[in-house]
Design a protein around this ligand. Structure first.
Ligand code: HMG
Ligand code: MG
Length: 304
């Protein structure tokens, strides 16, 4: 067993977590949530998205969120942007880090950003070059890396090729996603081991697991064994993509934290404060939260 001493958790609750909520969450609640997550010593976070407000109305307050929450004491604060217009909004903001996103599956990419995967790559290639020329940190989110809600199982070779293409564009990070929570630890180990072999150490590799079928923690463990030390997770287990039917929440940050803490792996995050942050957003969420640690915390709080 070869496990790391430290792991970085990238909090995606304010973006992936909230984008799938159908009721519009007030901007001030989102800001309070983000600030509480920062108080829990989260060092990297996706704050919001510069996407079409017609496609994802929940993210239409992106500028206001950034205005209130950008904080240079954090290591990285990402905003998602899928296209030229999104990047224009990024340049107009003071955000430092950006995340682009593309699906391995053509059908998913069409549903998600109205372009084929190749069309997205053609659009993004010069935009990423410009970002890199301007010294920006670029994260590329690789969706449907294991299964697609429309095409089924994805061939690993297609994932390797897409990741190699982005590495050729000199992105700083690849966040490789199990969008609908169908991956199993065996496949995850194989895909991440191969990516570690094929890609140079100059690109960070991150695992992004949705917990639709309860396999996310096992998939994180398999990734650790493959040498991955960065994971996206979402406070409360919020999350899902509105254009990926069947996708439920991301793995809950507090559940990952518990597992890592028990294994003696450091993250620097304060679990109690993280649970308090979930308490702040919970009244605005209309569905039950999938997080085991949060359920225990609520039970213990109410029996006190
Ligand atoms: P489109 O309709 O093809 O866009 O949508 P268009 O280029 O034809 O433009 C139509 C209108 O949208 C124009 O406005 C544009 O200005 C505007 P109009 O002239 O009609 O007034 N527009 C924009 N407005 C604001 N920001 C923008 C923008 N772009 C165009 N960036 C588009 C194409 C990409 C915009 C749309 O499909 C879209 O917004 N998609 C986003 C979908 C999304 O947010 N998905 C969730 C995030 S990805 C995810 O969750 C997966 C991940 O977690 C990993 C995993 O789990 O797999 C990362
Ligand atoms: Mg996601």
């Amino acid at each position: 067993m070869s496990l790391p001493e430290k792991v970085t958790l990238i909090e995606v609750g304010p973006r992936d977590g909230l984008q799938n909520e159908t009721n519009l969450i007030p901007t001030d609640v989102k800001i309070t949530f983000i600030r509480a997550l920062m108080k829990a010593h989260i060092q990297e976070m996706e704050l919001t998205s510069f996407v079409s407000p017609k496609w994802v109305p929940q993210m239409s307050d992106a500028e206001a969120i950034l205005e209130a929450c950008l904080d240079s004491s954090m290591i990285r604060q990402f905003v998602l942007a899928p296209n030229q217009k999104g990047l224009e909004r990024f340049y107009a903001s003071h955000a430092r880090e950006v995340a682009v996103f593309v699906g391995v599956s053509n059908s998913f990419n069409k549903k998600n950003i109205n372009k084929s995967t190749d069309e997205s790559l053609n659009e993004l290639k010069p935009l990423i070059k410009e970002l890199k020329d301007n010294g920006k940190f670029v994260r590329a989110c690789i969706s449907t890396a294991f299964y697609c809600p429309y095409e089924g199982k994805i061939q690993p070779e297609a994932v390797y090729q897409l990741c190699e293409t982005f590495a050729g564009y000199e992105v700083d990070e690849l966040s490789v996603a199990d969008t609908i929570g169908m991956a199993n630890p065996k496949d995850v180990y194989e895909v991440f081991s191969e990516l570690k072999t094929r890609l140079s150490d100059s690109v960070l590799i991150t695992g992004h697991f949705h917990n639709t079928r309860g396999t996310a923690l096992a998939n994180i463990y398999a990734s650790l064994e493959a040498g991955i030390t960065r994971f996206d997770s979402s406070a409360g287990g919020l999350g899902g993509c509105p254009f990926a039917p069947g996708a439920s929440g991301n793995v809950a940050t507090e559940d990952v934290l518990f597992m890592l803490e028990e294994m003696g792996i450091e993250t620097g995050i304060d679990r109690q404060r993280l649970l308090e942050a979930v308490d702040l957003v919970k009244p605005s969420i209309t569905r039950p939260l999938d997080s085991k640690q949060y359920q225990l915390y609520r039970k213990e709080s109410s029996s006190r």
